[in-house]
Design a protein around this ligand. Structure first.
Ligand code: SF4
Length: 416
């Protein structure tokens, strides 16, 4: 399948089979891929009935809408899998085969973390095969994933929190600014000194890292004016003034110019932090302090960078909990899927494709209703959901046993 985007933002997919060719144009990449897959079937190119693991992985990488980072990492895991395993047809993979595979990988020197990653990648590939109706079961859902190495978790002491905020110069200031103005990390690293105004901080741009292009600036998540202003208190203004004075002194010492531009920068305001820089600092601190970090955020980019485990909450209730890779590869709750659709992905939302919004409003929660609190905004809500919220399903249980309605491919196509 050849897929490309036209200057007007629409996507074109070209498919060929048996000397026949079809060209499909659609508004979104996902819609073009979906229509192309249908066209291939119409042309007689049906997916193999019982492909090998290797064929499935190739098909998954080719046809699924995976981010570049995810695809690269999953590709690295896939290419290191033993050929004796990847040559098996899907129907010949059982939990026993999976247990034997993990033993082999362990013997070959794979770390527990890497084996857990392989589990997630293979499970996601099987989920894709199920959505394409190539198979009707996912043996990885029933297999035991190796437990992460045991680690004692303790709440941080006051000193640790103090060290956390004071460490690496500006991480504390970054957190204070981000929490005060409620901006995404891309918007926070994109702040320039000119954006600090007497009436507050003006958010007008966002930085993101696009592989192959480096750091690129796009419009922030702004209002109709093209920017938004958030008021800040005098203590924060004083902290920012002190940081600016420090940067000016540093630039004067360096080249005498004394004109810093970016607030969050390691070279006295000359170059902005990369958007993933704060996450990197978090990870370094976590390892250095030997602590865990609990992050409460709407910023899925931060979650993807830092978290091992994610708990998604909506209207005060836990609606989904999963390993970070599993959550991004196959969200199970409609709110999680909506959040993912509302997040920009480099390349996918490069100013051409509008982000999807979750329609409606968060309910007013004076009382906790029995119904699913997401029902008024959910594309799959039915009478049952409005009567009683289904319980959380245990991982791997099919929807009919769990009571939770899983996302059908049609719903996924509609909300993405
Ligand atoms: S319980 Fe029903 S309304 Fe709530 S998220 Fe699931 S499908 Fe949607």
């Amino acid at each position: 399948m050849h897929l490309y985007q036209k200057p007007n933002g629409s996507w074109v997919a070209v498919v060929q089979h048996d000397g026949q060719r079809r060209k499909i144009t659609a508004k979104t990449k996902r819609a073009a891929q979906f229509a192309a897959a249908q066209a291939l079937i119409e042309l007689g190119d049906r997916p193999p009935t019982d492909p090998t693991i290797e064929e499935l992985l190739a098909l998954w990488f080719d046809a699924a809408d995976l981010s570049i980072t995810y695809r690269t990492d999953a590709g690295r895991v896939a290419e290191k899998l033993p050929a004796t395993f990847t040559a098996r047809p899907l129907s010949a993979v059982t939990p026993l085969v999976i247990a034997a595979l993990y033993k082999t990988l362990e013997r070959d020197g794979w770390t527990v973390h890497r084996i857990r990653r392989a589990h997630t990648v293979l499970s996601s590939a099987y989920s894709f095969a199920m959505s394409m109706e190539i198979t009707d079961r996912n043996p990885f859902a029933a297999a035991r994933k190796p437990a992460p190495p045991g680690r004692k978790v303790q709440p941080p002491t006051r000193e640790q929190v103090g060290r956390l905020l004071a460490a690496d110069g500006k991480l504390g200031l970054f957190l204070t600014v981000a929490a005060t103005i409620g901006a995404r990390r891309g918007e926070t690293v994109a702040l320039q000194w000119a954006d600090v105004q007497p009436e507050g901080i003006v958010i007008r741009r966002s930085l993101s890292y696009a592989p192959g292009h480096g750091v690129v600036a796009t419009a922030g998540k702004t209002g109709s004016k093209g920017w938004r202003t958030v008021a800040i208190d005098p203590t924060l203004i004083a902290e920012l003034r002190a940081e600016r004075a420090r940067q000016i002194a540093e630039t004067v010492a360096m080249d005498g110019s004394g004109i810093p531009l970016w607030i969050f920068s390691d070279d006295a305001g000359q170059t902005p932090w990369r958007p993933d820089h704060p996450s990197r600092l978090f990870r370094q601190l976590r390892d250095r302090l030997g602590t865990s970090i609990l992050i409460i955020t709407h910023d899925l980019g931060v979650i993807a960078d830092v978290a091992d485990r994610v708990v998604v909450m909506y209207a005060g209730r836990v609606v989904e909990s999963a390993d970070v890779d599993q959550l991004f590869a196959g969200p199970q709750h409609h709110y999680t899927a909506g959040l993912l659709s509302a997040s920009p992905t480099p390349g996918r939302h490069a100013g051409t494709e509008r982000l999807k919004e979750i329609p409606g409003l968060v309910p007013v929660l004076r009382t906790q209703p029995d119904a699913c609190t997401f029902a008024d905004r959910c594309p799959a809500a039915d009478a049952q959901c409005r009567e009683k919220a289904p319980p959380l399903a245990a991982s791997g249980q099919p929807p009919s046993e769990s009571g939770r309605q899983a996302l059908s491919p049609e719903v996924v196509a509609r909300i993405r």
